[in-house]
Design a protein around this ligand. Structure first.
Ligand code: ZN
Length: 247
């Protein structure tokens, strides 16, 4: 483990264009449940399976049930960024890290101070009226009674979150690809890389160092320059000394 951390530090030190790609594992250390992990949302009891509730057709047909689940399970406002979010924001400030690409919708990277964040699955922080497209923040949606409605036209407000059956935002997706194409180092963390299309992002990386940090093995372990099977917080808390030296 020590050796791997040293190697990780060395890679960061030698890189000038790092891109970070993270999955649910980045936020679980903040207390946010992972959709697919064993103790995650999928195993919690609800009237419908989460995968069904978080689909476009369910939102349209059973909006009230959708929001019951959504407000109960996806309210990230009460959570705080963890050491990984904070270290990534520091690395960006120092000019090392050029972009964070995340599958998470909780907005914790921005809360930690990151500026360039590509949220490929959207964000609970952005919400729009389906009729007049007026913007609403997360506080408005999470504190509303029942179905959140537009104060201007009465239309239903929909979170800017990519639901099942919905396509990805093409601008965000191409921004993410562009960041990866230009990177010299790509750090992939907290994702098992088994879910398409997120896993396909790795194919755009042609830089020097591919670093994989995940608790369990991933299908890409054999092509990575460095693989660390450990908790993210443990790994990132160790790059403290490096960032101190960079000040
Ligand atoms: Zn409206």
């Amino acid at each position: 483990m020590e050796d791997k951390i040293e190697e990780f530090k060395k890679i960061i030190d030698e890189s000038s264009n790092i891109v970070f790609f993270g999955g649910a594992g980045v936020s679980t250390e903040s207390g946010i449940p992972d959709f697919r992990s064993e103790d995650g949302l999928y195993n919690q009891k609800y009237d419908y399976p989460p995968e069904e509730i978080l689909s476009h057709s369910f939102f349209m047909a059973k909006t009230e049930d959708f929001y019951k689940f959504y407000k109960d399970k996806l309210n990230s406002l009460k959570y705080e960024p963890n050491i990984t979010h904070i270290k990534l924001a520091e690395l960006e400030k120092k000019g090392k890290l050029k972009a964070v690409i995340t599958q998470n919708i909780d907005g914790l990277h921005q809360k930690a101070g990151s500026k360039v964040v590509y949220e490929v699955h959207g964000s609970v922080l952005r919400n729009y009226c389906m009729k007049c497209h007026e913007f609403y923040d997360a506080e408005y949606v999470f504190s509303s009674e029942g179905i959140p409605k537009c104060s201007k036209c009465g239309g239903i407000i929909k979170p800017d979150v990519v639901l099942y059956e919905e396509g990805l935002d093409q601008d965000i997706w191409s921004g993410a690809i562009n960041a990866i194409v230009n990177a010299d180092t790509m750090i992939v963390a907290g994702t098992s890389l088994t879910v398409y299309p997120a896993s396909s992002l790795l194919h755009y990386f042609h830089g020097k160092n591919l670093v994989l940090i995940n608790k369990s093995e991933t299908p890409f372990d054999n092509i990575a320059s460095l693989v660390i099977h450990n908790a993210l917080g443990k790994v990132f808390s160790n790059i403290w000394f490096l960032t101190q030296n960079m000040l």
